[in-house]
Structure formats: structure tokens, C-alpha cells
Write a protein that binds this ligand. Sequence first.
Ligand code: IPM
Ligand code: MN
Length: 360
Amino acid sequence: MEKKIAVLSGDGIGPEVMIEAIKVLKKIEEKFGHSFQLTEANIGGAGIDNEGKALPEKTIEVCEEADAVLFGSVGGPKWENLPPNEQPERGALLPLRKHFNLYANLRPAKIFNGLQAASPLRADIVGDGFDFLVVRELTGGAYFGEKGSDETSAWDLMKYSVSEIERIVRVAFQSAKTRASATGKTAKVCSVDKANVLSSSVLWRKVTNEIHQSEFPEIELEHLYVDNAAMQLLTRPRDFDVIVTENLFGDILSDESAQISGSIGMLASASLSDGGFGLYEPSGGSAPDIQGMGIANPIAQILSLSLLLQHSFGLTDEAKAIENAIQSVLDDGLRTGDIMSDGMKKVGTVEMGDAICEKI
Ligand code: IPM
Ligand code: MN
């Protein structure tokens, strides 16, 4: 297979962990006989420093010409005093999501075998681990609704159309179906809203029920209010399979999910539009405090690559080979600092990347 990938490493630990992901990609190319054309472009602080803005036009062009985008992370103290709309996060990430219509954000929350102790939850709650998926709506709600302010107030409109809800809950039901066929477990979707207070949530729940009944009646569906969902995730994480929710709730619940999974250094995410195009990034951010120290965990970036191969290119075996290599390295006892525990071997970013490559 021949494909084009835009590589946006960004700031902080982004470039260091990206190098490891690209090493893994080269290994996959070799082993499975593919040819990927990589084009790098500036984003975030790197965009501001080199081209004067967080999301340079050239970067958009590079992404438009690519079949998928592998994204590192953006932001850092250097750019924190810029006006909010020019900062790396708001100036690059949000416009990219909107421009490419990346409305479906998939954030897997999974505890790898052997990392159960890294979760802050009690051992009896974690059991032998959990594995669920947060499907977050990414281009609507309060993030992109009408905004305004006057002398005494400010507002963000949380608005959803029927079609915006339909398309995201379809992604959730479809993901549950695909997951169930891979694991043999029951397909379950939990839709999270605040229908006891918000009109947009009343519509969300109604549309979710309609899509469920007309298109996916075989899938188990439950509804939770977002405050309750935040609690249930801490007390019964193993009961969840696919969680679907609007943008702001998803932002919050996906961080909670990441935290209970152990290290944010292990979590990847996919932001998808229709037709296979997607942007893939680690959930952890740019971690400027450990930049350049060679200790960042590259696994989230490498797993983001695995999601890219699976969702944008349909390369399921290749994606699986990466996941298996990671599990196997963990089985050998290798750990970066963020997931270190007694009796394990502490390694740095490069050693971890090399060990994963060797297993592929
Ligand atoms: C995320 C981040 C972003 C968001 C920020 C950086 C704009 O927190 O991807 O979850 O709020 O969506
Ligand atoms: Mn977030």
C-alpha cells in the first residue's frame, strides 16, 4: 500500500516521541511491504516561531494532500502569554478539527496487562483491567457555538443539530459492534448527557434513542447524566464498553478515563471525519516539564500510529502487530518512569522505542 502521512510533531515532548513512532512505522513498512510518504509541517508553538502562526496555511495544505495526519502535541510556557486565540492549543488544534470536519474523537481507555497497579483506583475495582472507548463529539457544542461578551458577562452557546447527533452516535454504535465482533463480548453503548437540565441534551437523548431503535436495536443502550457518569467510571469502570457524549462532557470524561487507566503516557486518540481521513494524537499533551530529558513515554504516540493504520488505512494486522509488540515489551518488564513499579526495568524514550521495534 502507498499512502501519504502528514507529520506534525509540534512542541514539548512531541518531536521526541514522534521520532520513536516513525521508527516503528519504518519497521511496519519493511515487514508488511508498504510505502508511506511522510511530510513534516509546523504546528503550534513551532508554527508560531517558524511561520508566525500556530496553524500556518502551508501546514493545512500538507494535511489536505495527505491521507492521514500524525500529530504530536502543542503548547508550552513560551506561548502562554499570547492572546488566547493565537495560542498553540486554541489557534491550531480547534481550527484543524473544524477545517477537516474531524467530528468523531475516539479515546480508548485501557489498562495494559501488567499495568493494573498504575491505576489510582483500588485493586478490587480495577480487577484484571478494563477496556472501554470514549467517543467524544469534537466539532460542536460550546466549543464552536456562538461566543460573545459585553462589559458584564460572557457566553458560549451549546447547540447541537439533529444531524450532528446522529452522525456521532452512529460512530459509537458502529464502534461497539466492531469491538464486540473482535472480543465476543456484548456490544454496549452508554450515552452521557445532562437531559435533566439542558435542552441540547434532551435532543441528544431523543436522537440517540431513535438511531438505536431504527439502526442498532441489537446493541445494549444505557443513558447516564454526566455527573453520575463521572462517579460510575470510578466505581465500575469494567462495566463500560463504548461511551458517547458531547464535546465538553467528552473533554472532561476522557481525561478522567485516561487518569484511571494509569498513565496518560499510554493513551492515544483518533479524530475522524467521514471517508477515512483522520488526525491521530497522544492524549497527554506536550509535557514541557520533561522535554528534552529523554524520559517521555513514547507509547501513546506509537499507539496513535496504530490507530492511524487501522482507521485511515484499514491495516488491521499492522495495527495489531504494534499493539502486540507493546504488550510484549511490557511483559518483558520494560517501563518508562511514568509507569515504573518495583522489580521492573526503567528505560528512556529511545530504549522503549527500540524495544518495540525489535518485537515487530
Ligand atoms: C483535548 C484538549 C483540547 C480540548 C484543548 C487543548 C483545546 O484538552 O484534546 O482534550 O479541550 O479539546
Ligand atoms: Mn482535554
